[in-house]
Design a protein around this ligand. Structure first.
Ligand code: RET
Ligand code: FE2
Length: 547
């Protein structure tokens, strides 16, 4: 497993032409842009956790049946400082680092205690976010980095704090049809007012506002939800939306602000400031996007840990939402590199399998409904919401299926009724071994797997003019541990899950986390843009750099 997770990868900044077998659909034109950790040692120093690794961006550009690959390390301030010092000098999720070895521990403690929380890393390794015409590499701190989606070059650093009062923000924003970004973050520095903030970044500068100003300046706070515990807000990796509502799970997997404030002096990492409180409830917050107010009903469910929301929609006065949930927080523990070694089968055993759970919550509680009665009348789910004596509502999910992570849906169905979940297949180990299509209606599963192949998150791309939800393809970057087999971009027909094509590349492909697909501009504009490109005559697979 070290081959997959712990090894430093060589970047490939010049495009390499892939060897394509099978046939790539003619309509599939664009760039799959993805992010993930690629470097886990700097000089003699080593990160402890897979989520610490320096961000390595990579892309597969698909054009006229050909595929070009490139990869480039994000030149974050963190990357540059580490490379210059030839050691890890910036702290990450699982590794605490000290910038200045000359200072003694007390001066360090003093300088950090003057700020509640020290400056976080800009090593944005988790996802890619589209904001108007711009693309950003993202993580969960207050920093994101603008990138050039074609050349993968690193551009300016954006600090969320300048536009909205958050110190942490998710790397799983949602997009509406106009491309506006809806995201959530936590404000932890104002100790008396620890809160979760839902905010919207417009795709363009709003009409009537001075032209030329960045749309970031028009970021609006939608709603703030005070944290139940001021010194220990919930950690969350994503949230859900429907057409009119936002779903936020305040789960008992919490950050301890006091522990964070003293982490440097104590020499412990950020991860140790996170704890799962298995005796506590998970509170379900629903925010109405139209009134920007939280729904007043107190909704809760059993303790659980959720990283990924899958999708959500409204049905008959209820909100139905699907998440991948765990019984504990062992997932983050398993990604310590010490567990991802040869004995990973023993060391990296999840103590709880990820399960796809469907919740249904009532938007209104009928005053005349009896205590103990189930408020969910939706026939399509067995999820329940029981009215309690004190007016609270206890929600119990329907268990749909288990053994899946990194879920994706056809994004045109985001927030709406949907039927298919595409995901990576994992079981008692966090290492994906297959790609799954789960049909919520028939509760059936289609799978793709191949020996010694380790798939990444599967991404659905719809065929233009698609009629069915699964009219399109699945793209997944596959890492191979068979020395005879190159890594490849896999293209599956999303309906049948049969392989349409694979594009093998002789490069050091890394296991990544998340990304997006950027469809090419319309064909006329594309012709103009590519008319000046030289002809591809390379036989060594180093083809024409795609624009
Ligand atoms: C650096 C840093 C953080 C980083 C978290 C990361 C990097 C999480 C990655 C999560 C992933 C990849 C989950 C996949 O399911 C915290 C804890 C937010 C807060 C303190 C500073
Ligand atoms: Fe994620």
């Amino acid at each position: 497993m070290e081959i997959i997770y712990g090894r430093n990868r060589k970047e490939q900044p010049e495009p390499v032409r892939a060897k394509v077998t099978g046939k790539i659909p003619a309509w599939l034109q664009g760039t799959l842009l993805r992010n993930g950790p690629g470097m886990h040692t700097v000089g003699e120093s080593r990160y402890n956790h897979w989520f610490d690794g320096l961000a390595l961006l990579h892309s597969f550009t698909i054009r006229d049946g050909e595929v070009y690959y490139r990869s480039k390390y994000l030149r974050s301030d963190t990357y540059n400082a580490n490379i210059e010092a030839n050691r890890i000098v910036v702290s990450e999720f699982g590794t605490m680092a000290y910038p200045d070895p000359c200072k003694n521990i007390f001066s360090k403690a003093f300088s950090y205690l003057t700020h509640t929380i020290p400056d976080f890393t800009d090593n944005c390794l988790i996802n890619i976010m589209k904001c108007g015409e711009d693309f950003y590499a993202t993580s969960e701190t207050n920093y994101i980095r603008k990138i050039n989606p074609q050349t993968l070059e690193t551009l300016e650093k954006v600090d969320y704090c300048k536009y909205v009062a958050v110190n942490l923000a998710t790397s799983h924003p949602h997009y509406d049809e106009a491309g506006n970004v809806l995201n959530m973050g936590t404000s932890i520095v104002e100790k008396g007012k620890t809160k979760y903030v839902i905010f919207k970044i417009p795709a363009t500068v709003p009409e009537g506002k001075k032209k030329g100003k960045s749309s970031w300046k028009h970021t609006e706070v939608f709603c703030s939800i005070p944290s139940r515990s001021l010194l220990s807000p919930s950690y969350y990796h994503s949230f859900g939306v429907t057409e009119n509502y936002v779903i936020f799970l305040e789960q008992p997997f919490r950050l301890d602000i006091l522990k964070m404030a003293t982490a440097y002096i104590r020499g412990v990492n950020w991860a140790s400031c996170l704890a799962f409180h298995r005796e506590e409830k998970t509170y379900i917050h629903i925010v109405d996007q139209r009134t920007r107010q939280p729904v007043q009903t107190k909704l809760y469910t059993d303790p659980m840990v959720v990283f990924h929301h899958v999708n959500a929609y409204e049905e008959d006065g209820c909100i139905v939402f699907d998440v991948i949930a765990y019984e504990d927080s062992s997932l983050y523990q398993l990604f310590y590199l010490a567990n991802l070694n040869q004995d990973f089968k023993e060391n990296a055993k999840l103590t709880s399998v990820p399960t796809l759970r469907r919740f249904a919550v009532p938007l209104h509680v009928d005053k005349s409904a009896e205590v103990g009665s189930n408020l969910i009348k939706v026939a399509s789910t067995t999820a329940t919401a029981l009215k309690e004596q004190d007016g609270q509502v206890y929600c119990q999910p329907e268990f749909l299926c288990e053994g899946l992570e990194l879920p994706r849906v056809n994004y045109t169905h985001n927030g709406k009724r949907y039927r298919y979940v595409f995901a990576a297949g994992v079981h008692w180990s966090p290492v994906p071994t297959k790609i799954i299509k789960y049909d919520i209606l028939t509760k059936s599963t289609l799978k793709w797997r191949e020996t010694d192949c380790w798939p990444a998150e599967p991404l659905f791309v719809p065929v233009p003019g698609a009629k069915d939800e699964d009219d399109g393809v699945i793209l997944s970057a596959i890492v191979s541990t068979d020395p005879q087999k190159l890594p490849f971009l896999l293209i599956l027909d999303a309906k049948s899950f049969t392989e349409l094509a694979r594009a093998s590349v002789d490069v050091d492909l890394h296991m990544d986390l998340h990304g997006l697909f950027i469809p090419d501009m319309d064909s006329e504009a594309k012709k103009q843009a590519t008319s000046e490109e030289p002809q591809d005559g390379a036989s060594d697979c180093h083809g024409t750099p795609p624009t």
